[in-house]
Design a binder for this molecule. Structure first.
Ligand code: HAM
Length: 451
C-alpha cells in the first residue's frame, strides 16, 4: 500500500476506537475521482441544457419535508433525521432536495424569472434507512428540477438528460426506463377508492407495511416487493382505466416525444414512486437484472407542490439519481475514470541550504503545471528516492551541496534509473519536455474581472 492509494477495502486487523456511524462512510481519494468525474459530466450536460446550479441547506424546517413528501410515506414516517434547535424548532436533515428547491423557488420569487426555471444540484442527503448495498444513511444525489411550465416535452427532456448522463458514465445499458402516469391528484382520488374496495377483505394476505398503507395511500400497495402483495397487485384494477383525459393525453404525448428521441421505455402501470408529491408522469431507471430495488434514479412531475408549499400554482418536473449507485455500477462495468491525482516530480534535497533553494523551484514548477511534492524531511537521498518511488513520481529532482554551489540540479528518471545534471534555470523547461505539454496540470478556473 502506498501513501496515495490506501483504500477502504483494506482489512483492519484491529478496529480503531472511533468508526463512522452505521450506514455512512468516508469518501476516500480513490472514490473522489469518480465523484469528480460524475460532477463534471452532470455540470456539463446541465449547462448544455440551460440549467443553473442551486444548493439548498443541509437542513430545513421539518414541515417542508412533511408537507411535500407526505407524512405517511416511508421517508417521512421512518427515515428522517429530525432534531430540535435550541429554541425547540423542529429541523430535519434533508432526505431529498425537491422540497427544498421548491421552498427556495417560492422564497426567492423565482416565478418572476423567465419560465421554466431549470435548476440542478449535487448534494449529500440523509435517510435513516436500513443500511445495505446501495442504501446508506448519508448518500449523494445529483438532481434536476424544471419549474414553471407544464409540457410533456419537458418531461421528455428531463428523461433524456438523465439518460444522457447514464450514457456518459458508460452504464446506460444496465438500466431500463420504466414510465407511468399516475394522473392528477383529483383523478387519483377515485382510483384510490377503487383500490381500497378491491383490497377490502384481503388484508390478511398483505404485509404489515401494506396493511398500514391501505388506509393512507393505497397506491403504494402496487409497488410492494413482498411476494403475496405482488400477486394481489397484479390482479388489482389498473390505474390507466381511471385516468382523466388530460393525463392520458399528456402520457401519449410524452411517449411520442420519447419515441422521436429514440429513448426506449417500458410502460409500467404499477410504478407509483414513494413520494406523495407526484402527478401525471413518474419514471425510474431500473436495473435490468434486479429491478426496482436497485433503481439508479427516479423522478416525475409534481404540478401541485409549489402551491402546497404556499406558492402560486406552478407545474414542475424533475429527477434525482444516487451517486453511490452510479459509482457501484461504473465499477461493475469496469469503467475507468481519468485520474489526475498522480504526481510528476518528487524533489529530494540534502542539507538546509538545498532545501531553501528547492522551495521557490517547487513553487515555480507547480505554477507551470508540474505536479510536485517534496523538499521534506532530512533523510538520506537514498531514503528520499525510495519515497519518490512510493509516491509514484516518474521523475525526481535532486539537489545536494554540490548542486547548490554550482547552481544546478539533477533530474532522475525513476523508471530507467538514469540521471542528468542541468542548470537550475533549465530544470523546468527540461521537465516540461520530458512530461509533454499535454500532461501538465494547467487548469484555470477562468479569468476574474473587477468592477
Ligand atoms: P428517490 O427515488 O427517493 O427520489 O431518490 C432518488 C435516488 O436517490 C434513488 O434512485 C437512489 O439512487 C438514491 N437514493 C435514495 N435513497 C438512497 C439511500 N438511502 N442510499 C443511497 N442512495 C439512495 C427523490 O429523492 C426525488 N426527490 C427525485 C425527484 C426529483 N423527483 C422530482 N424531482
Amino acid at each position: 500500500m502506498t501513501a496515495q492509494n490506501y483504500n477502504e477495502d483494506e482489512v483492519q486487523t484491529q478496529k480503531p476506537p472511533y468508526q463512522t456511524p452505521k450506514g455512512v462512510h468516508d469518501i476516500l481519494p480513490r472514490d473522489q475521482e469518480y465523484y469528480t468525474f460524475i460532477k463534471k459530466v452532470v455540470r456539463h450536460r446541465c449547462r448544455q441544457a440551460g440549467f443553473r446550479r442551486i444548493t439548498t441547506p443541509i437542513f430545513e424546517f421539518t414541515d417542508v419535508f412533511k408537507r411535500s413528501i407526505g407524512s405517511e410515506t416511508d421517508i417521512v414516517s421512518k427515515e428522517m433525521y429530525v432534531f430540535e434547535d435550541k429554541k425547540g424548532r423542529s429541523l430535519t436533515l434533508k432526505p431529498e432536495s425537491t422540497a427544498g428547491v421548491v421552498r427556495a423557488y417560492i422564497q426567492h420569487n423565482m416565478h418572476d424569472l423567465p419560465q421554466p426555471v431549470e435548476l440542478y444540484y449535487i448534494e449529500p442527503h440523509f435517510r435513516y434507512d436500513r443500511p445495505q448495498k446501495g442504501r446508506y444513511r448519508q448518500f449523494w444525489q445529483v438532481g434536476i428540477e424544471v419549474l414553471g411550465v407544464s409540457d410533456a416535452a419537458l418531461d421528455a427532456q428531463v428523461i433524456q438528460l438523465a439518460d444522457q448522463i447514464n450514457k456518459d458514465l458508460g452504464i446506460d445499458h444496465i438500466f431500463t426506463l420504466q414510465i407511468n402516469n399516475i394522473g392528477t391528484a383529483e383523478s387519483r382520488k377515485e382510483y384510490m377508492q377503487v383500490l381500497q374496495d378491491y383490497y377490502a377483505g384481503k388484508e390478511r394476505s398483505l404485509c404489515e407495511d401494506c396493511k398500514i398503507r391501505l388506509g393512507k395511500n393505497p397506491l403504494r400497495l402496487l409497488d410492494c416487493k413482498q411476494e403475496d402483495c405482488k400477486i394481489l397487485a397484479d390482479l388489482a384494477p389498473k390505474m390507466a382505466d381511471y385516468l382523466d383525459k388530460e393525463s392520458r393525453e399528456f402520457h401519449e404525448e410524452l411517449k411520442g416525444y420519447l419515441d422521436e428521441m429514440g429513448i426506449e421505455y417500458v410502460e409500467n402501470p404499477k410504478l407509483v414512486r414513494g413520494l406523495d408529491y407526484y402527478t401525471k408522469t413518474v419514471f425510474e431507471f431500473w436495473d435490468k437484472t434486479s429491478g426496482a430495488q436497485n433503481a439508479i434514479g427516479g423522478g416525475g412531475r409534481y404540478d401541485g407542490l409549489v402551491e402546497l408549499l404556499g406558492g402560486k400554482p406552478t407545474p414542475a418536473v424533475g429527477y434525482a439519481c444516487g451517486i453511490e449507485r452510479m459509482i457501484a455500477n461504473m465499477k461493475i462495468e469496469k469503467v475507468q475514470v481519468p485520474s489526475k491525482d498522480d504526481i510528476h516530480v518528487f524533489v529530494a534535497q540534502l542539507g538546509k541550504e538545498a532545501k531553501r533553494k528547492c522551495l521557490p523551484l517547487i513553487q515555480q514548477m507547480r505554477n507551470e503545471g508540474i505536479k510536485t511534492m517534496g523538499a521534506l524531511g532530512e533523510g538520506a537521498i537514498r531514503k528520499q528516492l525510495s519515497l519518490a518511488d512510493k509516491f509514484g513520481a516518474p521523475y525526481t529532482v535532486i539537489m545536494g551541496i554540490t548542486e547548490v554551489r554550482e547552481g544546478t540540479a539533477i533530474i532522475r528518471n525513476m523508471a530507467k534509473g538514469t540521471q542528468e545534471t542541468v542548470k537550475l534555470n533549465q530544470v523546468i523547461p527540461a521537465l516540461k519536455k520530458k512530461l509533454g505539454e499535454k500532461s501538465l496540470d494547467k487548469y484555470s478556473p477562468g479569468e476574474i474581472v473587477y468592477g
